[in-house]
Design a protein around this ligand. Structure first.
Ligand code: ZN
Length: 196
């Protein structure tokens, strides 16, 4: 226990992070205050800047500090390919493979009715309109190979078929139940090449 309100406020703030309980939050606070004041300042500045400046790309919904993100505004990308991923972390994993040169649509989540995340929250109508804009030749579903990721891919696939578009899905080889951001890059690259 401490008698400092500032310490307690820091612990409570850290506890907001996913997977962080009271003990971890106390350990982090103690570490920053006792051993890494410079790191605490770096963290505070980075949080302040990100929380005020980061927004969603108007085209793909990923995080960016601009109206349109760097990938969407890169003329060298193939605008005929549209890859659907759940999160910016999954998008980063795809990018790190170096095997994909198209554009993205980042759902910023997955269908999860219990959490209030339905087709509207994920912007699926915007995705369907985009897929049917005449520029897109292929939609690649790269949602995670978890139950919710598969359900999300299924709903998107149905929506696209109703508009006469047949999407491809990353090939199996990505382990069942896995999230892209944790899969090794070679496996993702192969799943991309073998998509069907
Ligand atoms: Zn974008």
């Amino acid at each position: 226990m401490s008698d400092s309100n500032a310490v307690e406020a820091l612990v409570q703030a850290l506890k907001r992070l996913p997977g962080v309980g009271i003990r971890s939050a106390q350990r982090m606070a103690f570490h920053l205050l006792q051993h890494d004041r410079a790191g605490a300042q770096v963290l505070a500045t980075a949080l302040q800047a990100a929380a005020t400046e980061v927004q969603h790309c108007e085209r793909c919904h990923t995080f960016t500090e601009h109206a349109i993100c760097a990938i969407c505004s890169d003329p060298r990308r193939d605008s005929g390919l549209l890859c659907v991923v759940e999160t910016p972390a999954d998008q980063s994993a795809m990018e790190r493979t170096g095997a994909y040169r198209g554009l993205y649509f980042v759902l910023m989540g997955k269908l999860s009715p219990l959490d209030g995340l339905g087709p509207a929250e994920l912007g699926l109508n915007k995705l369907f309109d985009r897929a049917a804009d005449g520029l897109v030749r292929e939609v690649i579903l790269a949602t995670n190979f978890t139950a919710e990721g598969e359900a999300t891919a299924h709903v998107i696939s149905e929506g696209l078929r109703q508009r006469g578009i047949k999407p491809t899905r990353l090939a199996r080889g990505v382990p069942v139940g896995s999230e892209l951001e944790y899969v090794d890059l070679g496996t993702i690259a192969h799943a991309l090449v073998d998509r069907r």
